[in-house]
Write a protein that binds this ligand. Structure first.
Ligand SMILES: [Cu+2]
Length: 434
């Protein structure tokens, strides 16, 4: 079946986009750059990310991806030399409409060969991007052209299929989102991100691709809490979250305050009668999941991986277990050998968070637990962020901490049960997500 311009434009209108905006974006887009915002033309917000602009040439949407080494910051305090596309990891999100014909020019600025595989997408075999099998590798300095017509909708991915273990460990991956041509399944807020793991040994600057299971950074769109953008939503809006996982572990992603309908996988949309509800949905390795919910309760709701080691930043895993161990008689002995030694961990690890601000760790290494909320330390890191639901907001800027209405806040038994208003976060300790 052939999709003419009118069909495509009307389908764009169906997902809330005017044709004028679309063509303005297309004309204004510079090749091989990313759009200034993280919100795509059809409305997907890639957390801390960007949408790849395109130009239209002979009715084909033409995109450019440049594979390259980049400087990347997981959160203030930890920077690495990673690999990505167009200056970022994950690469910019490709956002298109079912029926589009697309052309992607892939330039390799790495010092080794690469390819791009279009994960989950129906295409001619020779466009599948498996180096050595369906195409020669893209050597350093070369540009390859992929061109195909999109025959499906849903949430997919792109990633190298060449020296894959290394290139994905270094951060090379991106989202590929195809909107249905009939405008079906429109939502008010449409968020997307990729889950990943990194081995950045404390004090080092390059991810270690040899690590197979013991990673120390767990990221949402290559950021860790508190640097992950919150998902800001107006009360009553219908929300979709698209999650993709190219890490080496599965991630049970957990929502507070709502239940999520699982509405799609990288096999495409799930028909309504077959959708199911969960508050924790597993994102398997090499898969995507779409979930939807109606944000009918205001608040600052946590959203995170439920593997508790995945909401931590860098930590040693080979430490002796000191919980319940009285170390008082050992302190003078150890302090004689290690000046400044502090015993920790007898009652638990919460005190680690309290020391994070003034105890110096290894260079280029964030504290294991971090983030300060209106009521104190959050003791989180890694794959943790917030869904901020607010009544009547006009802007999706971070609205700050939620102010709990009287009578809706847990209180200390025997304490003064006054209305406790959320204290503003102290400057310098706020949850920075840029
Ligand atoms: Cu996880």
């Amino acid at each position: 079946m052939i999709w003419n311009r009118r069909t495509v434009l009307s389908s764009l209108a169906g997902v809330g986009v005017g044709a004028g905006i679309q063509s303005a974006r297309a004309q204004g887009a510079a090749p091989a750059s990313v759009s200034p915002g993280n919100r795509g033309s059809s409305g997907v917000t890639t957390l801390n990310g960007a949408t790849l602009p395109y130009t239209i040439k002979d009715g084909v949407k033409e995109f450019r991806l440049v594979a390259q080494e980049i400087e990347h910051e997981f959160a203030p305090g930890t920077r690495v030399k990673a690999w990505g596309y167009n200056g970022r990891t994950p690469g910019p999100t490709i956002e298109v409409v079912e029926g589009d014909r697309i052309r992607v020019l892939v330039t390799n600025q790495l010092k080794e060969h690469t390819t791009i595989h279009w994960h989950g997408i129906f295409l001619p075999n020779g466009m599948d991007g498996v180096g050595g099998l369906t195409q020669p590798h893209i050597n350093p300095g070369e540009t390859y052209v992929y061109e195909f017509t999109l025959r499906q909708s849903g949430t997919y991915m792109y990633h190298p299929h060449a020296d894959e273990m290394v290139q994905m460990a270094m951060g090379m991956m991106g989202l590929f989102i195809i909107h249905p041509r009939d405008g079906a399944r429109a939502v008010d807020r449409d968020f997307a991100f990729m889950l990943h793991n990194w081995a950045v040994h404390p004090g080092t600057y390059r991810p270690d691709p040899a690590v197979m299971t013991e990673f120390d950074l767990w990221t949402i769109n290559s950021k860790v809490f508190p640097a992950i953008e919150p998902m800001v939503v107006r009360t009553g809006q219908r929300v979709r979250i698209r999650m993709a996982n190219l890490s080496m572990h599965e991630h049970p992603m957990h929502i507070h305050g709502f239940r999520m309908r699982v509405t799609g996988t990288d096999g495409g949309p799930i028909q309504e009668s077959a959708q199911w509800s969960e508050v924790t949905t597993l994102i398997p390795v090499g898969a995507t999941r779409d979930v939807e919910f109606v944000a009918d309760a205001p608040g600052d709701w946590a959203f995170h991986c439920h593997k508790s080691h995945h909401t931590m930043n860098a930590m040693g895993h080979d430490v002796p277990n000191t919980i319940g161990v009285n170390q008082s008689d050992l302190v003078p002995k150890i302090a004689g050998l290690l000046p400044g030694y502090m015993p920790m961990g007898e009652a638990g690890m919460a005190e680690h968070q309290m020391h994070a601000g003034h105890m110096e760790g290894p260079e280029n290494t964030m504290p294991m637990m971090t983030g300060i909320g209106p009521f104190g330390p959050l003791e989180m890191g890694g794959m943790f962020t917030l869904i901020k639901v607010r009544d009547g907001i006009e802007s999706y800027q971070d609205p700050g901490a939620y102010k709990h209405p009287s009578g809706t806040l847990a209180y200390r038994l025997g304490g003064d049960r006054r209305v406790v208003t959320s204290a503003p976060m102290s400057p310098g300790m706020k949850m920075d997500h840029h």
